[in-house]
Design a protein around this ligand. Structure first.
Ligand code: 5GP
Ligand code: ZN
Length: 118
């Protein structure tokens, strides 16, 4: 889908709003979360706009997005220690930015993975 005028992450992906870049290629941008919840908290977005994981994302786009996770983990130095990947979707999951984004979280020991934990 195309650039959405009123979408924060479309603007960040296009470079119209600054971010701290971790990784970029023709399809995705990974950048530091402005309000990190962990020592490592990086977001990955596709440059094309999709509201959420439930927005009918083509397999190729989805595969590319999720294959970027390991690249980001390696770049951030948490590929060996471990990390958590979260994709908040919809209101119950507190999705606040309605452009799909993958949270990559790590850098310290986490709890056992309660679904309420970030
Ligand atoms: P959600 O709750 O939708 O899964 O996560 C949205 C994330 O985007 C939050 O972790 C929030 O801190 C981050 N965020 C919101 N606005 C900005 C921004 O302008 N720049 C950056 N880098 N991150 C943002
Ligand atoms: Zn968007």
């Amino acid at each position: 889908m195309a650039f959405q005028q009123d979408c924060l992450f479309c603007k960040i992906a296009a470079g119209d709003i600054p971010s701290t870049k971790v990784y970029e290629d023709e399809r995705v941008l990974a950048f530091e979360d402005v309000n990190p919840q962990m020592p490592v908290h990086t977001l990955i977005v596709p440059k094309s706009h999709y509201d959420s994981i439930a927005d009918g994302i083509p397999d190729e786009e989805m595969g590319h997005l999720f294959n970027t996770v390991a690249k980001v983990a390696a770049l951030k130095g948490i590929d060996r220690s471990g990390f958590r990947v979260i994709v908040n979707t919809g209101d119950d999951a507190c999705q606040t930015v309605h452009h799909i984004h993958v949270h990559v979280l790590g850098g310290e020991q986490m709890n056992d993975g309660s679904p309420k934990a970030r």
